[in-house]
Design a protein around this ligand. Structure first.
Ligand code: CMP
Length: 146
């Protein structure tokens, strides 16, 4: 158990394909880009967050001016939530998705290709190993992760 936990540290991240990208049918293209980059999908589900879920998920941002907009948008339609496994997963995934604001995202990144604005930015990626573990536990039970 302990050995397994240590092995996983740094190797998992959490992503959501956000309501904008799901609505535009970008899900399969985004998943292909993720797996082509060497990430293994070890858990995945299509789901919709309630307002309360989104408030809890993004609680760290509750003092930000965009919090209401963020909660409204993230609970507005279905998302695809997934757990991804790869060495150095958190950092490599953030490189793959690009800057939060798609206007600043590097060429070829998921947000450059599929996002429309800083709010409707197609995908979420965990910003640290600690937050990845919290976000994974928010969306998935242990038995849903393979
Ligand atoms: P995400 O990686 O899901 O984590 C927090 C989210 O807040 C971020 O992506 C953006 O979608 C959103 N966000 C950040 N800044 C702004 C902003 N200025 N206006 C609206 N949404 C924002």
């Amino acid at each position: 158990m302990q050995e397994n936990k240590q092995k996983m540290k740094g190797n998992r991240t959490f992503t959501m394909i956000k309501p904008d990208a799901v609505a535009k049918s970008y899900t399969t293209a985004i998943l292909k880009q993720i797996t082509d980059a060497g990430f293994k999908i070890v858990a995945m589900k299509m789901t919709q967050m309630s307002r309360r879920d989104a408030e809890r998920f993004y609680a760290v941002h509750k003092e930000r001016p965009f919090f209401d907009e963020l909660v409204e948008f993230m609970s507005s339609g279905p998302i695809v939530a997934a757990v991804l496994e790869k060495e150095n997963a958190v950092e490599d995934f953030r490189t793959l998705i690009g800057s939060t604001n798609p206007a600043e995202a590097a060429e070829g990144t998921i947000r450059k290709l599929y996002a429309e604005s800083v709010g409707k930015n197609a995908v979420h990626g965990s910003d640290s190993d600690e937050n990845a573990a919290i976000e994974i536990a928010f969306h998935f039970a242990g038995r849903e992760i393979f």
